[in-house]
Design a protein around this ligand. Structure first.
Ligand code: F6P
Length: 324
């Protein structure tokens, strides 16, 4: 166990719903452990500019349900430059910060790695990105909400698609990772999902759509994940039209996928990861991502289930009061 007096937190990169829930859990757990906590605004930019807020319990009241981040975020181009990382390090030292928590995605983790080369401050990352594009860490804060947001929109598109007999291409985000596209595709019952990890054969795609329409479908939904087709939805529509007489419409869901109230899944994940970020720093961990990898499918025998007691997770139960 490490004696910690002060911790700093920041949110970085593309914002993700649930970042506020993570800030809340981090601040409350820190203060419960008698560790002072400050927040840097605008991600690494605030670390460079020494733009900070001293947290108390009330400052994180009534934010668990809010999208975005009360600390704001940025994609800091200055932080790539060692000169600015040194300034950031000096600011951390001047505040006598013992541990830094970065809430963000893959780019933010790269920033943390670069900082760790010149800094002795213990540093942990809480994964938050709608893209779920961080290897080995399971889901990330914001991913579940983004799927739900996409599904709400796609369900509406389905209504008009099947009424008007039109096929729709719906573009979802994900940077260069297909997770958001896959889950939106499954959840929406899409006919096709195109992701960057799989090269698209336009002839086969056109055949698939024709096949579905010939089967009596009134319109198809094609989910196009970001990076799945070189120049996006319009070029995909153009390529498909060369293969058949398709009536096509394109919707780009865009940044609406980053907003909105976090889902239950994201609020709980953010709380668990936030609490554990503080505990990890106290336990002396540094240069780690606080992760909760997803469980896989299991086969559970009937007779093992029928008379077995259901155990609620008392650890999660206790988190309620510990972050109140
Ligand atoms: O990483 C989150 C994300 O929304 C990606 O899905 C997308 O590629 C990117 O950020 C968009 O970034 P920006 O808002 O900076 O254009």
């Amino acid at each position: 166990m490490i004696k910690m007096k002060k911790i700093a937190v920041l949110t970085s990169g593309g914002d993700a719903p649930g970042m506020n829930a993570a800030i809340r859990a981090i601040v409350r757990t820190s203060l419960n452990n008698k560790i002072d906590i400050i927040g840097f605004r605008n991600g690494y930019e605030g670390l460079i500019d020494n733009d900070f807020v001293v947290f108390d319990r009330r400052l994180v009241g009534n934010i668990i349900q809010r999208g975005g981040s009360i600390l704001h975020t940025s994609r800091s181009s200055r932080f790539v430059n060692k000169k600015y990382r040194m300034i950031a390090e000096n600011n951390l030292r001047s505040h006598k910060v013992d541990g830094l928590i970065i809430i963000g995605g893959e780019g933010s983790t790269k920033g943390a790695i670069a900082l760790s080369k010149i800094s002795k401050t213990r540093c942990v990352v809480v994964p938050a990105t709608i893209d779920k594009d961080m290897a080995l860490v399971g889901s990330s804060i914001g991913f579940d909400t983004a799927i739900n947001t996409a599904l709400t929109a796609i369900d509406k598109i389905r209504d008009t698609a099947t009424t008007a007999n039109v096929t729709h291409i719906v573009e979802v985000m994900g940077r260069n990772c297909g997770w958001l596209g896959i889950l939106a595709g499954i959840g929406a019952g899409a006919e096709v999902t195109i992701i960057p990890e799989v090269k698209t054969n336009i002839t086969k795609l056109a055949q698939k759509i024709k096949h579905q329409l010939n089967r009596g479908k009134k319109g198809c939904i094609i989910i196009l994940a970001e990076g799945g087709f070189s120049k996006g939805g319009a070029s995909l529509a153009g390529a498909l039209k060369e293969k058949g007489n398709f009536d096509l419409r394109i919707t780009t869901l865009g940044h609406m996928q980053r907003g909105g109230n976090p889902s239950a899944v994201d609020r709980v994940l953010a709380t668990e990861l936030g609490v554990n970020a503080i505990l990890a720093l106290k336990d002396g961990f540094s240069n780690v991502i606080i992760a909760k990898p997803v469980d896989t499918i299991k086969k559970v025998e009937f007779d093992k289930v029928v008379n077995a007691k259901v155990n609620v997770d008392m650890y999660l139960h206790d988190l309620i009061e510990n972050t109140a």
